[in-house]
Design a protein around this ligand. Structure first.
Ligand code: TQI
Ligand code: ZN
Ligand code: ZN
Length: 502
C-alpha cells in the first residue's frame, strides 16, 4: 500500500441506547446539518479540527466523509445525502449508537515476518543519537510487549521500517509543512515505502512536554506502520489529536492494544524472544581482509520460522480464507493450501489445493449442501461443484448464475444453514440468503452483516456450520454463533481447531 491517506475501515461496536422517536420528514437544510453532526460524531476525524488540535485531515470535507460512511455501511457510494443514507444515519438514534473503536487499513496490510527490522538513516540535531535510538526502541517496544513481533534495529541496507528526519519535500508525495501542522507520517505495512516513517525536521523534537514529544509521536506513527488506522476512542494512542501525557512507564492503551492484537494476535510467554542479546557492533580499528560473511543465526522465534512458505496452523494469527464441513470432515482454506480435520481419523492433514482439485488455486468461500452431498468452492468470480475429491462436470460457473449482481467480484464466506435450507453468502459488509430448495436468491437482500448478526462485527473471512452452530471467522479469531438464538456464544482463536499444544 503506497498511500498514507488510505481510506480507513472502522470497527463498530453496537451499544444499546434508549429509543428516541424516529424523526419525521425534514427539510434538506435540516438533513444537511443532521448529517454533518452525524458524520462528526460517528464517522470521521472532523472532531479534531478543534482549535487546540494540531492535526487536520485532508479528507475531512463533507463529501469524502460521506462517501466513507456510505462505503462502510455498504450503501451505494454517491457522496450525496440520498434517502438510504439518511435512513442509516437515523438508525443509531433508535436502538444503538455506533462507537467506532480502533480501525485497520483497507485490506488489513500487516507484517508477515515475526521480526521486523528498522533503520534510522537520518537523525535530528534536536536530540542526541542515542536519545533518538532509545526513544524509537521504546516506542516500538510498547507494541512488541503485546503482540508476537520483535523489532530489530539495523545499521545498513534496507529495513522494513526506514526512519528519517526530513524537512519539506523529501521524495514521497507528502512534503512536510514547516513548524507545527503535520509532525510526521508513516506508510502502512508493505513492500517498498510500506512501514517507512518520516519525521518533520522543522519541528522541535523533545523528550518532554515542550515541542513535539518524539516518544508519543513515534508511538502513534508506528501504530500506522503496523497497520492501525485512527481510532475514535479519545484515550487511544491512535486518536488523531495530540495530547501530552507522561511517557514514563507508558503502556499501549487498551483500544490500540485490541486493534493491534486483532491483526497480529496476542503475545504469550512462549513468544518471548530468546534472551541472547545482539552482539554490539564493534568497529574494526584496522580494516582486515574479511572472511566470507558467516550466515548469522537469526534469533529462533517460534512458531513462525521465517522463510517458510507454508502456513503454520498453530500460529496465533492464523486466518482462514474459507472453511466448510464436507462429508463430515472440516476443511479450512488458507492461501493455496487447505487443512482437513477428519471426524474419524484423529489428525489434521495439510495439502495443496491444486493437488486435490486441479485448476483451483485458492478458495475464497466454501459450503456444503448435505442434501445433495455437494460442496461448492468459490474462487474470484466463479465457483465449482465438488463431491469429495472430484470436481463435478459443468464447472466452473460464473457467480452471477446464483443471482449476484455483477458488482460482486468475489465472496468472503459462505455457510449453509440446514434448518432453513438457506445458504448465506458474505461479501464485504453485506450478506445474501440463497434458497437451496427453490434454487434462487431470497428477496430483500443484500442486507448488512452488522445489523442482522449482533456481535459479529462488520465482515466475515470464513464461515462454517458444525453441530448446529455457526462459526464466523474474521482475522485470527472466530465467533461461535447460535443461529436460532441469533447471538454470539463465544470467541475462539482459529487455531483452536488445529489441535495445537497451546
Ligand atoms: N501526522 C498524521 C498522523 O500520523 C498523518 C496522517 C493523516 C496519517 N492521516 C493518516 C498517517 C492516516 C497514517 C494514516 O495522523 S501528524 C498526531 C496526533 C500526527 C498527528 O503529524 O498530524 C500524532 C502525528 F494527531 F494524533 F496527535 C502524530 Cl500523535
Ligand atoms: Zn514522508
Ligand atoms: Zn495518525
Amino acid at each position: 500500500m503506497d498511500g498514507i491517506l488510505a481510506v480507513r475501515t472502522l470497527m463498530v461496536v453496537m451499544i444499546v441506547a434508549p429509543c428516541k422517536a424516529a424523526p419525521t420528514v425534514s427539510s434538506s437544510q435540516e438533513d444537511n446539518t443532521k448529517a454533518q453532526e452525524y458524520l462528526s460524531q460517528f464517522f470521521s476525524e472532523v472532531g479534531v479540527s478543534a482549535p487546540d488540535s494540531i492535526w487536520r485531515s485532508a479528507l475531512d470535507d463533507f463529501e469524502e466523509t460521506l462517501k466513507k460512511m456510505q462505503e462502510f455501511f455498504g450503501l451505494e457510494v454517491t457522496g450525496h445525502l440520498d434517502s438510504n443514507t439518511l435512513q442509516v444515519m437515523d438508525k443509531p438514534r433508535c436502538g444503538f449508537t455506533d462507537v467506532a473503536r480502533y480501525g485497520h487499513f483497507d485490506g488489513q496490510p500487516k507484517w508477515e515476518n515475526s521480526v521486523v527490522t528498522y533503520r534510522i538513516t537520518e537523525y535530528t540535531p534536536d536530540l542526541t543519537k542515542s536519545e533518538v535510538d532509545a526513544t524509537i526502541a521504546k516506542a516500538l517496544q510498547i507494541y512488541s510487549d503485546v503482540i508476537p513481533l520483535d523489532f530489530k534495529q539495523i545499521f545498513s541496507g534496507t529495513a522494513d521500517i526506514m526512519i528519517e528526519f526530513k524537512a519539506k519535500d523529501h521524495g514521497d508525495f507528502s512534503p512536510f509543512d514547516g513548524l507545527n501542522g503535520v509532525l510526521a507520517h508513516a506508510f502502512s505495512p508493505g513492500e517498498g515505502r510500506g512501514g517507512d516513517t518520516h519525521f518533520d525536521e522543522d519541528e522541535h523534537w523533545s523528550l518532554s512536554s515542550a515541542g513535539a514529544n518524539l516518544f508519543l509521536v513515534s508511538a502513534h506513527e508506528f501504530g500506522h506502520a503496523l497497520g492501525l488506522a485512527h481510532s475514535q476512542v479519545s484515550t487511544a494512542l491512535l486518536y488523531p489529536t495530540y495530547t501530552y501525557v507522561n511517557t514514563e512507564g507508558y503502556k499501549l492503551p487498551d483500544d490500540d492494544k485490541q486493534g493491534v492484537q486483532a491483526i497480529y494476535g496476542v503475545r504469550t510467554i512462549s513468544d518471548q524472544p530468546s534472551a541472547k542479546p545482539d552482539p554490539i557492533p564493534q568497529p574494526d580499528p584496522i580494516p582486515q581482509p574479511k572472511p566470507k560473511p558467516q550466515p548469522q543465526p537469526e534469533p529462533e522465534l517460534e512458531p513462525e520460522p521465517t522463510p517458510d512458505p507454508l502456513p503454520n496452523r498453530c500460529s496465533r494469527s492464523l486466518a482462514f480464507d474459507a472453511a466448510t464441513l464436507m462429508q463430515n470432515n472440516l476443511y479450512f482454506f488458507q492461501g493455496g493450501y487447505f487443512w482437513k480435520k477428519s471426524s474419524n481419523w484423529d489428525g489434521i492433514m495439510m495439502k495443496k489445493i491444486q493437488s486435490v482439485w486441479p485448476g483451483i488455486n485458492h478458495v475464497d468461500a466454501a459450503y456444503e449442501n448435505k442434501r445433495s452431498d455437494t460442496a461448492f468452492f468459490f474462487e474470484d468470480n466463479h465457483y465449482w461443484g465438488i463431491r469429495g475429491n472430484t470436481i463435478l462436470p459443468g464447472y466452473p460457473k460464473p457467480l452471477r448464475n446464483l443471482g449476484f449482481p455483477r458488482s460482486v467480484r468475489k465472496l468472503d464466506a459462505a455457510v449453509h444453514v440446514p434448518i432453513t435450507s438457506r445458504t448465506l453468502f458474505f461479501a464485504k459488509y453485506k450478506y445474501w440468503s440463497y434458497n437451496e430448495r427453490r434454487g434462487r436468491m431470497d428477496r430483500g437482500y443484500p442486507k448488512l452483516i452488522y445489523q442482522d448478526f449482533p456481535g459479529l462485527g462488520y465482515r466475515v473471512d470464513a464461515a462454517f456450520e458444525n453441530r448446529g452452530d455457526l462459526y464466523f471467522s474474521n482475522g485470527p479469531t472466530q465467533i461461535e454463533y447460535s443461529y436460532i438464538r441469533r447471538r454470539a456464544l463465544r470467541t475462539l482463536f482459529n487455531k483452536s481447531w488445529m489441535e495445537c499444544e497451546y
